[in-house]
Design a protein around this ligand. Sequence first.
Ligand code: TRP
Length: 361
Amino acid sequence: MAEIILTGDRPTGKLHLGHYVGSLKQRVLLQNSGKYDEIFIMIADAQALTDNADNPEKIRTNILEVALDYLSVGIDPDKSNILIQSQIPALTELSFYYMNLVTVARLQRNPTVKSEVELRGFNTNVPVGFFAYPISQAADITAFKATVVPAGEDQEPMIEQTREIVRKFNQIYGDVLVEPKILLSDNKACKRLPGTDGKAKMSKSLGNGIYISDSADTVKQKVMSMYTDPDHIRVEDPGKIEGNTVFTYLDAFCIPEDFPEFLPDYSCLDELKDHYKKGGLGDVKIKKFLINVLERELSPIRAKRSEYEKDIAGVYDILKTGTARAREVADNTLSEAKDAMKINYFEDNALIKSQEMLYNN
Ligand code: TRP
């Protein structure tokens, strides 16, 4: 069976380091592994509109930002199709039929929807489209017959819901859809990178995010103000690693080569942690190290981004090409699904014949 990747992001803002270590970095590795038959990376603007109906301009402008983020981290348009969700009508059509396979109660139980409803303070005023977005996400995934969805931990309930829809569809109408599995990052720190304030999730409204496209100065500033261990007041004080954002970021970003390069007094991260725990290692030193580590990772990305920024029309061409290919594949799945559901009246010659027989004999 073909191995196909589909994944995506809502274009509600620039992508941050949580996106980067939680999913983008892995996508690039998978892309370059040569193990996949086809890769689709979706800019999920229609999903973003489910809770931004009154602000289409925000979504519209962020499509380019997300595309630039993708390209700058190494998504290669020769190897991966980058597509815009709203430009693929088959996805809406599939969603409409999948709605009949999911109960309201099941959607209400979806933990991601639950926590997002709370986060947005919707209370009882949840837009129907937002409430049902797991169904539309199932359409995103199944339209491409994706087998693998590299995504963050928060997407697990979405994949589970997709799998249920696939099983139900196939059981009723016959084998058309493919059950996907999620591919999580295996680094614990990467799965849930906290904001610079140590809070669980990076978000624009909390102002605690570091963005892939942030300048070197901005990154430096944000790291210098990062939350560490509030009880680690003097350098001599013993410090805590657990919940210390600087160390969580080091867990996510640091590679062995960073020590000889930037901090030759230590041989590895464990040694640095031990010293911090014992006392005698100041926050400024570990923050400066983290800045170097992040710059090692981000400066080539920044350079690549500035190249693409010089050719915005070229970036839109990339999106257009990726979207055209995606449309072809999704149309194909839709037509298979409609055949299986027997809602293909004009393509089904046997239908007219059998009804003719019924009436004329
Ligand atoms: N829900 C995802 C997010 O909030 C975005 C998304 C839309 C997605 N469609 C998808 C992710 C399909 C994986 C697969 O980031």
